[in-house]
Design a protein around this ligand. Sequence first.
Ligand SMILES: [Zn+2]
Length: 115
Amino acid sequence: MKELTCPSCGGKLEADRKNPNIEVCRQCSKTYTFQKIHSEATGEAKLRLTPVPDRIAYEPVEKKERKKTGWEPYGWKRGVALTILFFVLMFIMYGPKVYERYQMDHASVTTEAQE
Ligand SMILES: [Zn+2]
């Protein structure tokens, strides 16, 4: 097997102990994966090095609200808010009609007076 050199600094690459598919540069400690590419045109097998992004820099983004059921700790507040919103919408939609009906039943004098 040919000795691989680091594309960025030219240092020697050696296989990672944990993962033989990963090459680590001795000088700059960058990691690369290599793929054997068989060229059909020339019939030669070539190695292509692909830089591996630093794993330490990667931190998964935590989705804090997704993990919970939705009823804690703010779930009850949301539920109360939705209930209030429901009644407010009901009042806006049916309030005037109910009030009109109430006037017809109990305050017919005032409706006549308004006309
Ligand atoms: Zn290097």
